[in-house]
Design a protein around this ligand. Structure first.
Ligand code: AMP
Length: 455
């Protein structure tokens, strides 16, 4: 099946072909005709499936069809809400790319940057607005935006918006936009909260689904490297150096750990930058651009900051720390092996995290193969300690001033045995997960005292 057969506008087809896409992905095959027909959609799509084009292509098409229905005046007719700035920017880029031959204007608005240039853009008139909920409501409050002409509303990564405490903001936006509109809701997971939101919002939606919920893509090879907490950074530097990895996305649980690890990697001669909520928007954009252009080797990210990062064919994702929320594992490793390319996801797991690992394996219904790297065998006398500073506490709430407060709680875990692979206990190195064993490398940091705390 080709893009041509889906009935898209010739100028959209031209942009698709210039981008080099020849065949629609499964989600696109399902979503495009449904959205073109004006139906509401409930999309269960993981990242990496091509879902962004799945909704942006027909959205552009619909706006072209109804271009003259608002008296020819340029008004915001499509609103895309995303949880993070990065995702907003990325959806904005996709819309600009696929709509580059169309006479439609789009703009992206998110917090952390000056509001005045955004007001200017809005005044000039836009057809499509991509926004994060907080800044959108700031504009509503300042009356610098008109949402009364919305024909199409998209909630992208709705599960994450709820996780981030945006439900109240979303409800406020829903109260402003017209009742009569087409609504598209995409979510990687379908919790009870998402279903409640969808029930009140979508009219006889078509369910568009590609991968089963909480499964991990098959073209991603996954492996666990058991290692002592204090030796994780050393092992990471070793893996990157000995395998000569050029582009590695590394996840930590906390901003503090992301900063600390970045500093340590740079000291090890590995170029790295951190991306998390405490970084200015400028710093985040710069770090991402440098990573995409291969100016830096490693991007160290927290879960929320990394949400929506799309880098073509990202080859390696490392979980420096396992996430507290098992679903985040699926999101994290979804950054690699995108749209058919091969990817490798590895997790450095210390004894404290064995319970988290179990939770992840239960969720994805896979026993992740385990492989001890020579020279990094965990010390069996080390007892598990509770994990501090993780997500999983009370959800962040927006305060009146627009900032969010977060609750972080201690998350204790009982000690458990060695990691399990394929149903068996594994105490020694195994080669079933990776064929190439990293070459031994002179490490200049073996004796560096650990100053990571929990990191
Ligand atoms: P998404 O799931 O929307 O984040 O998209 C994942 C990646 O797939 C992005 O890098 C897209 O540029 C790419 N992509 C989307 N549609 C196609 C397609 N039909 N053929 C090849 N790549 C695609």
């Amino acid at each position: 099946m080709s893009f041509e057969s889906l009935g898209l506008h010739a100028d959209i087809l031209r942009a698709i072909s210039e981008k080099g896409y020849t065949t629609p992905t499964p989600i696109q095959l399902q979503a495009i005709p449904t959205i073109l027909a004006g139906k509401d959609v409930m999309g269960a799509a993981q990242t990496g499936t091509g879902k962004t084009a799945g909704f942006t292509l027909p959205l552009l098409n619909r706006l072209m069809e109804t271009r003259n229905s608002h008296g020819g005046k340029r008004q915001i007719r499509a609103l895309v809400l995303t949880p993070t700035r990065e995702l907003a920017a990325q959806v904005g880029e996709s819309i600009a790319l696929y709509g580059k031959h169309l006479p439609l204007r789009s703009t992206v608005i998110f917090g952390g940057v000056k509001i005045n240039p955004q007001i200017q853009k809005l005044r000039q008139g836009v057809d499509i607005l991509i926004a994060t909920p907080g800044r959108l409501l700031d504009h509503v409050g300042q009356k610098t935006i008109d949402l009364t002409q919305i024909d199409i509303l998209v909630l992208d990564e709705a599960d994450r918006m709820l996780d981030m405490g945006f439900i109240h903001d979303i409800r406020q936006v829903l109260a402003i936009v017209p009742k009569e509109k087409q609504t598209l809701l995409f979510s990687a997971t379908f919790s009870a909260d998402i279903k409640t939101l969808a029930n009140g919002l979508l009219k006889s939606p078509m369910l568009v689904e590609v991968a089963r919920q909480n499964t991990t893509a098959e073209n991603i090879s996954q492996v666990v490297h058991p290692v002592d907490k204090k030796r994780k950074r050393e092992l990471l530097s070793f893996l990157i150096g000995s395998n000569n990895w050029r582009q590695v996305l590394v996840f930590t649980r906390t901003k503090h750990c992301a900063n600390k690890l970045t500093e340590q990697l740079n000291k090890d001669g590995i170029t790295a930058a951190a991306i998390h909520g405490n970084k200015s928007q400028g710093a985040r954009t710069k770090a991402l651009a440098n990573f995409k252009s291969n100016t830096i080797q490693v991007l160290v990210a927290t879960d929320i900051a990394a949400r929506g990062i799309d880098i073509d064919q990202l080859p390696h994702v490392v979980n420096f720390e396992l996430p507290n929320v098992p679903e985040d594992y699926v999101h994290r490793i979804g950054r690699t092996g995108r749209a058919g390319s091969e990817g490798e996801a590895m997790s450095l797991v210390c004894v404290d995290e064995l319970k988290l690992l179990k939770g992840i394996e239960r969720l994805i219904k896979i026993d992740i193969p385990s492989m001890i790297i020579d020279g990094y065998t965990p010390d069996p006398t080390i007892k598990a300690e509770p994990i501090k500073n993780g997500r999983g506490g009370p959800r962040p709430q927006r305060k009146n001033n627009g900032q969010r407060t977060g609750g972080q709680k201690q998350n204790g875990h009982k000690p458990q045995g060695q990691p399990v692979a394929n149903g068996k206990r594994k105490n020694q190195s195994s080669t079933n997960a990776r064929t190439a064993k990293p070459k031994q490398r002179q490490s200049n940091n073996v004796n560096r005292p650990d100053n990571f705390g929990n990191c």
